[in-house]
Every structure is written in C-alpha cells, then in structure tokens.
Design a protein around this ligand. Structure first.
Ligand SMILES: Cc1cc2nc3c(=O)[nH]c(=O)nc-3n(C[C@H](O)[C@H](O)[C@H](O)COP(=O)(O)O)c2cc1C
Length: 230
C-alpha cells in the first residue's frame, strides 16, 4: 500500500520537462503508462477523449510541419493558428501575472533576454520540436461532452503524467500543440466529432538546466473562496 508520504513525494516530483533525451520509450512501458492514466475517474464513465501517439518518422514529419507553419505565420495574429479550443487573449489580469511569472522563469533560466525576440521565437519552436522528446501525444475530446470532456481529459493527463514520473519519464503538457489541428488531423484518422485540445511531449529528461527550474506553486490560501459574510 502506498503511504501518503510516497504519494506526496511522487506528486511533488512531477515537473514539466522541457528538454528530453532522444532515447526511445519501450513500447510496453508507454502502453503501461497510458493505461495507468485510465485509472482516472470519468464523467458517467464515458471516457470522452482519444489519444494520438506520434513516434519515429511520423513524429518528425509532424514536428517539421508544425515548425514550418509557425515560421510561415509568425506575423499573423495568434501565429496563424486556428485551434479547436481558445481562451481569452490576453489572459484576465489576475491570471496574466501568474502566466508571466512562468515565462520569466523559463527565459531567465535559458538566459533569454525579454527583448531578444529571435531567442524567444526559438524557444517557441522548441515546443513544436517536442523539446526533443521521441514521442508526442495529441489529445482530443468528444465535442458532445463540451467542457466536461476536457475535464475528464485533464484527469487522464494528470494520472498519466504521474505514472510517467513513477517510471523515470518526463512529460510536458502543451497547449501549443493544439494550435494547428489541421496538421495533426492530416496524420491521424480522427472523427470530426472529436476536437483537438492539446498535446504532451513524453520521454527521458536530459540534464539541461531548464529541467531544474521549478515553477512556483501557489499556496492553497490564494485559491480558497471566502464565505460571503466574512
Ligand atoms: C493544459 C496545459 C497546457 C500547457 N501548455 C504548455 C506549453 O504549451 N508549453 C510549455 O512549455 N508548458 C506548458 N504547460 C506546462 C505549464 O507551464 C506547467 O504545468 C506549469 O508552469 C507548472 O509547472 P510544473 O508542471 O513544472 O509543475 C502546460 C500545462 C498544462 C496543464
């Protein structure tokens, strides 16, 4: 039986990996990790999501197509993306500040100056190179379940990321990988009933300093809603 301390240790050691070794993941290990994700609960047990796995030549083809599209549309609003899921842009003020702190932490660690747009663009490209990972996952949810589908997907993703961590693998959930659904759809046989939400790079973490940088964890206190009469 896993103790709370063991669980806490595992949960807190999961951190987004943004630089991977090229070492491939053994197929049975990938299958095990993705299957463990299915221990997550799901709305009426519908599992309203699907997973596309890109490896080998397909991974390389997708990466090249994504980087090319990014470069071609660098001047366009939203980098020319036409994602199935969008969000308010810029973020609402309270969320914007948190997001900016992540950006600053990453750029500082990579010694990228705020004003160095070329270096910043290179980092953006790294997202579409899956940060060097040998495997990229793309997640779709059934449009019929609306936001509850994305909720279920999030639960699945976290269970999968913890299973990966427990097996020495690193992961990075990536909203960027949802930006160009047409490119992903061209490589996979996926029904129009399913919308692309995001992706995830998965593989063995390198020793790069970016993997040592740790995003802040907000104290629970900041997220608690006060009773209206206090
Ligand atoms: C749905 C989702 C999308 C994300 N998209 C990206 C992304 O496109 N690129 C990236 O570098 N990190 C991305 N992240 C990683 C977050 O920046 C990261 O989870 C957060 O800063 C907390 O750090 P931690 O994962 O190391 O605990 C994403 C995370 C989630 C959950």
């Amino acid at each position: 039986m896993t103790s709370y301390e063991q669980f806490h240790e595992l949960a807190q050691s999961r951190r987004s990996t943004r630089d991977f070794l090229t070492t491939p993941i053994a197929p049975e290990l990938l299958d095990k990790v993705l299957s463990t994700g299915l221990t997550a609960p799901s709305w009426s047990n519908t599992r309203p999501f699907m997973i596309a796995i890109a490896q080998h030549e397909q991974r390389d083809r997708l990466s090249k197509a994504l980087v090319d599209r990014l470069r071609d549309s660098a001047e366009l609003p939203g980098m020319g993306g036409n994602p199935d899921f969008t969000h308010q842009n810029p973020y609402p003020e309270v969320l914007l500040q948190r997001s900016q702190r992540v950006g600053k932490g990453i750029y500082d660690t990579l010694q990228i100056d705020r004003t160095d747009s070329k270096a910043r663009f290179n980092f953006l490209e790294r997202n579409y190179e899956f940060f060097g990972a040998p495997t990229a996952l793309f997640f779709f949810t059934h449009r019929g379940l609306d936001q509850f589908g994305t909720l279920d997907l999030g639960l699945y993703m976290q269970a999968t990321m913890l299973a990966a961590t427990a097996n020495g693998l690193g992961t990075c959930a990536q909203g960027y990988l949802g930006n160009y659904p047409d490119i992903i759809r061209s490589e996979f046989d996926v029904s129009d009933d399913y919308a692309l939400v995001c992706g995830m790079s998965i593989g063995y973490p390198s020793e790069h300093p970016i993997n040592g940088w740790q995003a802040e964890r907000l104290p629970l206190e900041e997220l608690l809603i006060r009773p209206s009469n206090s």
